[in-house]
Ligand binder design. Structure first.
Ligand SMILES: NC(=O)c1ccc[n+]([C@@H]2O[C@H](COP(=O)([O-])OP(=O)(O)OC[C@H]3O[C@@H](n4cnc5c(N)ncnc54)[C@H](O)[C@@H]3O)[C@@H](O)[C@H]2O)c1
Length: 367
């Protein structure tokens, strides 16, 4: 039976776990019911801030609660698959942070498990819900660009290699990869979603590890840069640039924690082009708008103002997490289809797998 006001349990209570809890509270469609983390301090802080009825350090104990309807998983990447699978097998709906899994084979298993059990599996990609993205999607739907044939997307940082608790981000066995699986998943998904999620056909990519001196952890066996091109079945192509660390120049805004940082996506059609900018990590608010639209007028591209709710910084993420929680909870209630569906998570992981395969082989690979 589908709960009308689902009880949600949260596992992994760092920055994303807290944002998801705030999203659930803000949308008023579900309850922050339980919380789980091995780290007692994080667990205590979460309980104080969001008042779940139950707190655990053992995920299996949390899952055994019959009152629990769904879990939100914000753990190191290697735990996404086993924890999502256990939750589905226990009859709980799942929202799991990005990357959905470590590879496409794992994601296919989760997709099938969720389908078989009639449960929602939902991957975390809150930026699909930003006001800039929603405004861009609307323009694309109104065919203001015509057929999108090309896109460029990037998430680049100049000095932003992450660590996480115990430095897991830089270890392949715990993270599945480096900058590509961490930031590339956001940048590639932003473009792919705007392009209408076309079927990927071939990928040529190269990853690099060039900044080992920035890593405190003893293990650093993943990439800190990755670049490449994806060809889609409909003939469209996508160029991507991703870096945790690179000697970026001053067209990329300064970021107090990351050196320089920018997530931006540009799509082109014969009638116009759209750029969406996410400067969440940048120190400046000095961007004219989160969306820039150029449309062909009298034979030349001209800038057109787009009405958009202009959220910045923490307010932007709060908006996105609330909208994402709304869609997830309405899916559980059977009222809406998943924007971040398990079938798209499979395709996304297939693209990430192919990026790593292409880099290893040194040539284009087919999907
Ligand atoms: N959507 C976003 O914008 C966004 C931002 C940051 C991180 N993330 C994703 O969220 C995930 C977590 O990232 P993070 O930065 O919070 O990492 P983190 O290392 O800061 O936090 C992970 C948490 O999981 C807990 N944990 C580890 N193993 C556990 C277990 N077996 N049982 C219970 N708790 C356990 C740790 O104690 C820690 O509190 C990653 O997959 C990351 O890619 C997404």
């Amino acid at each position: 039976m589908t709960a009308s006001h689902p009880n949600i349990g949260f596992v992994g209570l760092g920055w994303p776990g807290e944002r998801h809890a705030e999203g659930v509270i803000a949308c008023s469609l579900g309850t922050v019911h339980s919380a789980c983390d091995l780290n007692q301090e994080r667990l205590d802080n979460f309980v104080t801030a969001y008042r779940p009825a139950r707190a655990f350090t053992d995920f299996k104990e949390m899952l055994a609660d019959p009152a629990l309807d769904a879990v939100v998983i914000c753990l190191p990447n290697a735990l996404h698959y086993p924890f999502s699978l256990q939750a589905l097998q226990a009859g709980k709906h799942v929202l799991c942070e990005k990357p959905p899994t470590m590879n496409a084979a794992q994601m296919r298993t989760l997709h099938e498990e969720a389908q078989k059990r009639g449960l929602v599996y939902y991957f975390g990609r809150q930026m699909r819900f930003s006001p800039g993205m929603q405004a861009a999607k609307k323009l694309v739907k109104e065919r203001r660009l015509g057929e999108i044939y090309f896109a460029e997307t990037m998430w680049v940082r100049s000095r932003g290699t992450p660590d996480g608790v115990d430095g897991w981000f830089t270890e392949r066995s715990k993270a599945g990869g480096g900058a590509i699986i961490d930031l590339g998943v956001h940048a590639i998904d932003a473009a792919w979603y705007l392009m209408g999620t076309p079927q990927p056909r071939a990928i040529s990519a190269q990853t690099y590890q060039k900044f080992p001196q920035l890593v405190k952890n003893n293990v650093f066996d993943v990439e800190d840069n990755g670049y490449g091109m994806i060809r889609f079945e409909n003939g469209a192509t996508l160029l991507f640039k991703v870096s945790w660390a690179a000697n970026l120049q001053d067209d990329i805004p300064l970021s107090s924690k990351r050196g320089r940082s920018l997530l931006s996506t540009l799509i082109y059609g014969p009638k116009g082009s759209i750029k969406i900018i996410d400067a969440f990590e940048a120190d400046t608010d000095n961007f004219p708008s989160p969306i820039v639209f150029f449309e062909e007028q009298q034979g030349v591209p001209a800038k057109v103002d787009v009405a958009v709710q202009d959220e910045r910084g923490a307010a932007l993420r709060a908006y996105e997490f609330r909208e994402q929680a709304t869609n997830f909870l309405r899916c559980i209630r059977g009222e809406e289809a998943a924007v971040n569906s398990s079938s798209q998570a499979v395709q996304l992981m297939e693209m990430l797998d192919a990026i790593y395969r292409s880099s290893q082989l040194g040539r284009e690979v087919a999907l």
